[in-house]
Design a binder for this molecule. Structure first.
Ligand code: DGL
Length: 274
């Protein structure tokens, strides 16, 4: 079923929590005129340890919710949901979807030692999406995938630097650096929020690669191709919904964004989907 959308309609974005705001930030910087609507599924965060079929159900319900907000395009601002559900979402809904793809391609170009590390959630680490990206773009380099359970929880608690966080980062990052990785791909949208500490733990020689700017450019291309870039003079709106308590999400978001954002609690239309 096709749907009609206008340039003034918002871009929808979603994630299991706060992490997708690292993508929203890039989209807002590149496309400052666009109206944005974000859903954080805090009630079901983290997605990383969940069964794939559950993430698919949640992603469908969230997409349905964002379409009810008139989203003209949906950014799956979550590597885990992209790995689990992007194909199914594109097959189900009539709007364009842009998903997160681990940045193995630029990393393979950047590495001087020929060794790339990928930090990701358990679902992303085991998924076909990452395996395909590695087999397509990782030829000629050694790619080491490191699942990082627990990191998302630190980010959601707002604990973006602490001795406990540094210890966990050392557990994941130091073995990769010891094996010679000089480029690390941030394969989860929560991880850019830890960038300064990650860089310190990895050391100054290691490049950290975040795919969000490329995702923002892809959004721009798709909207331009379909004549849906917003050129209206009105100041754009930035609305967030969370399936968890609104207050802690709004407080964390404020640490990240330089634009005012309203946050409202929302229930997903799960019964219609499950
Ligand atoms: N930001 C999500 C991702 O990019 C987090 C996954 C989770 O909730 O575990 O994978």
């Amino acid at each position: 079923m096709s749907i009609t959308r206008q340039p003034v309609d918002p871009i929808g974005l979603f994630d299991s929590g706060i992490g997708g705001l690292s993508v929203l930030r890039e989209v807002a910087n590149l496309l400052p005129q666009e109206n944005l609507v974000y859903l954080a599924d805090n009630a079901h965060c983290p997605y990383g340890p969940r069964p794939v079929v559950q993430i698919q159900h949640l992603s469908r319900a969230i997409s349905q919710f964002l379409l009810e907000q008139q989203a003209k395009l949906i950014v799956v601002a979550c590597n885990t949901a992209s790995a689990a559900a992007l194909v199914a979402l594109r097959a189900t809904f009539a709007v364009p979807f842009v998903g997160m793809v681990p940045a193995v391609k630029p990393a393979a170009i950047l590495t001087r030692r020929g060794i790339v590390g990928v930090l990701a959630t358990p679902v992303t680490s085991q998924g076909a999406l990452l395996a395909n990206v590695i087999s397509t773009y990782g030829g000629g380099v050694e790619t080491i995938v490191q699942p990082c359970p627990g990191l998302v929880e630190f980010v959601e608690r707002g604990e973006w630097d602490s001795p406990q966080l540094r210890q966990l980062l050392h557990t994941y990052v130091s073995p990769l650096v010891a094996r010679g990785a000089d480029v690390l791909v941030l394969g989860c949208t929560h991880y850019p929020l830890l960038l300064p500490v990650l860089q310190e733990v990895a050391g100054p020689e290691v490049r950290l690669v975040d795919p969000s700017p490329a995702v923002a450019r892809q959004v721009q291309r798709l909207l331009a191709d379909s004549g849906l870039l917003n050129t209206a003079p009105a100041p754009p709106s930035l609305r967030a919904f969370t399936t968890g308590p609104a207050e802690p999400f709004a407080a964390l978001a404020q640490r990240l964004l330089d634009r005012p954002m309203t946050t409202t609690r929302a229930d997903l239309p799960l019964s219609a989907i499950w």
